[in-house]
Design a protein around this ligand. Structure first.
Ligand code: F6R
Length: 611
């Protein structure tokens, strides 16, 4: 994912820009660059393919000194990862722009600008922005006013930073669908796509809101909102507790990471949604061409990531009508696989270094798949490097061994994949994509509502403290959610937990049910609810204790041996993401009651790099 850093100061800002880019490296990128307004009064840039250290070496060999500059790490979406496609992009020697996001109408704008005599030196969508702004400045000379006018013509998502030789005392920024934060210093100010990039220079931040334009000078920041009105944005003081490697107010990393889910899901969506559709280019420059040919999907992963893949199978087949197979990597890699024509190989991994998943990808390359896509949380991982396409989940570092936020961001990414494939292949029913895009935008709020169940789930955990076995049930896309719930419980509380599709109960596991065996069920209000209720009757008839996480409108109530916990309502397609939250909380609180090592459960490792 791309990263932005900018600075306006009295001191030389080049080292600040490079340090900021280094702090964003974890997000993954393929090239880096910076532009500085030099003491000689010119705009100069350095760009390099590969690591920020290569850019740093280039700057050391041919120094750039100045008080105003912008920098960028690029993750290719339009045009290959080459030096001429790396940002910053220039219009003449007058203007420089860096950009995160995707400009959807870039082809149309490119044609118009070519007609006006602009020469393009890259294949990027970003270059249209800098020429468009240059053209606008001919009639609107103030940089902030010109930027306000120019962005009105952009469709898509952007976080932008701009500098000009004509107004070298200011750095301009614009946000729409891709985050930006201003770092406030003393007599100097900064800009970045993530406050992490600026923590070496300040601890005070101002977050831009959707549609904001900002003019940042050394001693002054002006912001205009989407209506053009001048606004103040709150200044937020950074506290140590916000650091990823710090538990902050939480007792365990796992609980902190569970509570981070609204934020990281928001981050995973940022820059990837258009007005009523998913931006397919978020998967990479060749995504649209490759997706157009996909007739089947093969998903391979391990553990929690495998469960995410199992949910995706329901989505891909039900919503996008694309046949999908899902398999654990340790099986797939050693099996003689028959590959259907035009099958996309999708690997899912938090770490991107899981030995079995990586081996499966390497085998897949010999097996005639159409291409490979990695859904991964680590941009610099082997899985990402070796796949044709990538979608990075933006969960941030996950410290707790039991995966939580990585799982929900994988689900969000897989929903983006489902909608993208359906969009490109025209297999989605009318209106489905627009509705789901709208619901995805609301998802962080919904997840916040689910987290408010914390206290009631903590109380419910008491029912499990002295138990040795549990069953988890679900139907449809909730079956893998039940599997994930069971995996979480066994991993950190060491209670034996098994998951079944609820309809399988009477084919065997019902024999286990007695009053000592809690049965956990996820029950959204969907067309399978009545069937599920019948399955639950079968449990009650054998004296089993039911713990049901049910939609408020599911018509289920507490009774003897039945504990119903109301879950906020959500559209059925996104229910697997929401219902995961109470199950994570349940396993967490059971483990706390049992006094286990929640963050580092026995016998388990965070990254399984051996077979
Ligand atoms: C469970 C868990 C593991 C991982 C599995 C795959 O909480 O974290 O089951 O999901 O080891 O790891 P990644 O996703 O890194 O490939």
């Amino acid at each position: 994912m791309c990263g932005i850093v900018g600075a306006v100061a009295e001191r030389n800002i080049t080292t600040i820009l490079i340090e900021g880019l280094k702090r964003l490296e974890y997000r993954g990128y393929d090239s880096a660059g910076l532009a500085v307004y030099t003491q000689q009064g010119n705009l100069e840039r350095r760009r390099r393919i590969g690591k920020v250290s290569e850019l740093e070496a280039a700057v050391a060999a041919d120094p750039l000194v100045g008080q105003l500059g912008i920098a960028h790490t690029r993750w290719a979406t339009h045009g290959a990862p080459t030096e001429h496609n790396a940002h910053p992009h220039f219009s003449g020697q007058e203007l420089a722009v860096v950009h995160n996001g995707i400009i959807e109408n870039h082809e149309e704008l490119r044609e118009q600008l070519k007609g006006l005599g602009y020469l393009f030196s890259s294949e990027t969508d970003t270059e249209v922005i800098v020429h468009l702004l240059h053209h606008t400045l001919k009639t609107v000379p103030d940089l902030a006013d010109a930027l306000k006018a120019a962005v009105k013509q952009l469709h898509g998502a952007y976080g932008l930073a701009v500098i000009s030789v004509h107004q070298p005392d200011r750095l301009l920024a614009a946000r729409s669908g891709s985050p930006l934060v201003i770092g406030l210093g003393h007599g100097e100010n900064f800009l970045a796509s993530d406050q992490l990039a600026l923590r070496q220079v300040t601890d005070r931040f101002m977050y831009l809101e959707e549609g904001d334009i900002a003019e940042i000078r050394r001693d002054q920041v002006s912001i205009w909102d989407v209506t053009g009105a001048k606004v103040q944005r709150e200044t937020v003081q950074y506290h140590e507790g916000a650091e990823a490697a710090d538990k902050g107010e939480y007792r365990h990393f796992m609980l902190k990471e569970i509570h981070e889910q609204p934020t990281v899901v928001q981050r995973t969506l940022e820059g990837r949604l258009g007005k009523d559709h998913v931006l397919v280019q978020a998967f990479g420059p060749q995504a649209a061409d490759l997706f157009a040919k996909v007739r089947n999907v093969q998903i391979v992963a391990c553990g929690t990531s495998y469960h995410a893949g199992m949910v995706a199978r329901y989505w891909l087949e039900e919503l996008a009508g694309i046949p999908c197979q899902v398999e654990v990597a340790s099986e797939f890699r050693y099996r003689k696989v028959v590959v259907q024509p035009d099958t996309l190989f999708v690997s899912i991994s938090q770490s991107g270094e899981t030995a079995d998943t990586l081996a499966a990808l390497r085998n897949a390359k010999q097996l005639g798949f159409l291409g490979s896509l990695a859904i991964c949380n680590v941009g610099i991982s082997s899985l990402v490097r070796e796949s044709d396409l990538t979608l990075l989940t933006q969960a941030g570092p996950e410290i707790g061994v039991a995966s939580t936020k990585a799982f929900t961001t994988q689900l969000v990414s897989l929903m983006l994949l489902t909608l993208s494939l359906g969009q490109v292949r025209s297999t989605l029913a009318a209106g489905v994509e627009a509705e789901l895009v709208e619901e995805l935008r609301r998802l962080p709020t919904r997840l916040g509502e689910a987290l408010a169940m914390d206290a009631v789930v903590e109380k419910t955990a008491e029912l499990f403290a002295d138990k040795h076995h549990t069953l988890f049930l679900g139907r449809g896309a909730q079956f893998p959610v039940a599997m994930e719930g069971a995996l979480k419980l066994k991993e950190i509380s060491y209670i034996h937990a098994e998951a079944y599709p609820a309809g399988e109960l009477k084919h065997g596991p019902l024999a286990l049910v007695d009053s000592d065996m809690p049965v956990v069920t996820v029950a959204p209000n969907n067309e399978l609810l009545e069937k599920l209720k019948s399955n639950l009757q079968e449990v009650r008839a054998r004296g089993g204790q039911l713990i049901v996480f049910a939609d408020q409108a599911a018509g289920m109530s507490n009774g003897e041996g039945t504990h119903v916990i109301a879950v906020p309502h959500i559209i059925d397609a996104l229910a697997p993401i929401l219902y995961t939250i109470p199950l994570q909380l349940l396993s967490y609180y059971v483990a706390v009651l049992k006094g286990t090592d929640v963050d580092q459960p026995r016998n388990l490792a965070k990254s399984v790099t051996v077979e």
